[in-house]
Design a binder for this molecule. Structure first.
Ligand code: FO1
Length: 342
C-alpha cells in the first residue's frame, strides 16, 4: 500500500500522525519504525522557506519531521519541544534584523547542518533524507522541488501605502496575515523541477491524500511546480482531500486571508470547487484534482451538491482535537478512497 500526501506545516503534520496511527492498525508491521507496512511518501511545501542570518530554514519540512519524530513543540506546533531562544536574544541585543522570526537554539542545529550541506552542493532532497535519519518520521519526506521557490505577498506598505512584495513569513508571522494580500507570487516556481521521486510517488501511489493544509500557500504552491498538477490529475490512484475549513473558518492558521486574496470563499464547499473534480458525473474529464472530499459535520449541507459535481463528499467530525479524533479522520479518508476507487 503506497500512500502519497501533499503537505504543508502544522495541519499536514498532525493529519500524518493520525494517518500513521491508523495504518499501524490496518497494516501493522512491528519491524517498521512507522509501525506499518504501508509506505507513506510526503511531498512537502518549500514555498514558505526563507534565508535568515545566512541559514536556510524550511518550516514545513521541519514541522513534518519534528512532529512525526516526536520532537515538535506541542504548544507552538512548530520548532522544538524544550526549546530556548538564547541565540535569538543575543542577535536582538546586537540589533540584528529581522527580529520577528524566532529561531530556537535546538532548531538552529537543523538549519546550520542543512545550510552547510547545501553550500557543499548537496540537494535539499538528500539533506532532508539525512536529517530524517535522526528523526525517523516513519514516512519518506521529500521537498516538492530542490529548486528555490519562495512565496511573496503583494501588499500595501502600512507606512508608505506603496504596493510592494514581502516574503510570505513576514506577512504571516510579523503581520499575522492582517495586511490585505493582493496577490501571492511563487518566485521561481515556473522554472522549478519537481524533486526526484515526486512525480513517481504520485504516479505509483495507491492513494493520494490532501490533508487539511492551506489550499493556497501550501497545497497550492506544491501544485504550482510544473508537472505536479498533471501527475495528480492523471494518477490511477484515488485522490481524496480533507477540508481545512470547518464552519466557514480555518481549522487553524489564517487560510481565510489567503483564500480571499485569490477570490475563493472561506467554506469547505468553495475549497473543494477550487480544487475541482477529476471526473464529472458522467466519468468524463472534470478538469480538477479531487475524487473525494471530507467535510466536517457542520458543513454536511454541502455534500449533495459536491457529490453531484463529481467529488464524492461525506461529512465527519474534522477537528483534530486529540489522537483518536485525528486517526478517525485519516480512517475516513482511507475509506472514502476505497469507495471512490470502486
Ligand atoms: N511562526 C511564528 O508565528 N513565529 C515564529 O517566530 C516562527 C518561527 C519559526 C521557526 C522555524 C520554523 O520551522 C517555523 C517557525 N514558525 C514561526 C512557524 C512557521 O513559519 C509558519 O507557521 C508556517 O510557515 C506557516 O505554515
Amino acid at each position: 500500500m503506497r500512500i502519497t500526501v501533499l503537505a504543508g506545516g502544522i495541519g499536514g503534520a498532525r493529519f500524518l500522525r493520525g494517518l500513521l496511527a491508523e495504518l499501524a492498525v490496518r497494516l501493522p508491521d512491528e519491524n517498521a519504525s512507522s509501525g506499518t507496512s504501508a509506505e507513506v511518501t510526503v511531498i512537502g511545501n518549500t514555498g514558505d522557506d526563507l534565508w535568515i542570518y545566512g541559514l536556510r530554514v524550511c518550516p514545513d519540512l521541519d514541522t513534518v519531521m519534528y512532529t512525526l519524530g516526536d520532537g515538535i513543540s506541542a504548544e507552538r506546533g512548530w520548532g522544538r519541544e524544550d526549546e530556548t531562544f538564547r541565540l535569538k536574544d543575543e542577535l536582538i541585543a546586537y540589533g540584528a534584523q529581522p527580529q520577528w522570526f524566532g529561531l530556537g537554539d535546538l532548531d538552529m542545529a537543523t538549519h546550520i547542518l542543512r545550510t552547510q550541506a547545501l553550500n557543499s552542493g548537496y540537494t535539499l532532497t538528500s539533506i532532508t533524507q539525512r536529517l530524517c535519519e535522526r528523526w525517523q518520521p516513519g514516512v519518506t519526506l521529500i521537498p516538492m522541488s530542490d529548486d528555490r521557490v519562495e512565496t511573496h505577498v503583494l501588499v500595501d506598505d502600512p507606512d508608505t501605502g506603496t504596493r510592494s512584495a514581502i516574503h510570505f513569513q513576514e506577512w504571516w508571522v510579523r503581520h499575522h496575515a492582517a495586511l490585505p494580500a493582493h496577490e501571492f507570487v511563487q518566485v521561481g516556481v515556473e522554472t522549478a523541477q519537481p524533486a526526484p521521486g515526486v512525480l513517481d510517488a504520485l504516479r505509483n501511489a495507491d492513494v493520494v491524500l490532501l490533508p487539511p493544509s492551506n489550499p493556497v500557500v501550501s497545497v497550492g504552491t506544491i501544485l504550482g511546480v510544473p508537472g505536479i498538477r498533471q501527475a495528480l490529475r492523471t494518477t490511477p490512484a484515488p485522490v481524496v482531500g480533507v477540508s481545512p475549513i470547518v464552519g466557514g473558518a480555518p481549522v487553524r492558521g489564517m487560510a481565510d486571508a489567503c483564500l480571499s486574496a485569490i477570490g475563493v470563499e472561506t467554506s469547505a464547499v468553495a475549497v473543494a470547487r477550487h480544487y475541482g473534480p477529476r471526473r464529472n458525473r458522467e466519468g468524463g474529464d472534470g478538469g480538477g484534482l479531487l475524487d473525494g472530499w471530507l467535510v466536517d459535520d457542520v458543513d454536511a449541507a454541502g455534500t449533495a451538491a459536491l457529490s453531484e459535481s463529481g467529488i464524492a463528499t461525506i461529512a465527519r467530525p474534522l477537528l483534530m482535537t486529540d489522537m483518536a479524533a485525528t486517526q478517525a479522520i485519516a480512517a475516513a479518508a482511507l475509506d472514502l478512497a476505497e469507495t471512490v476507487r470502486r
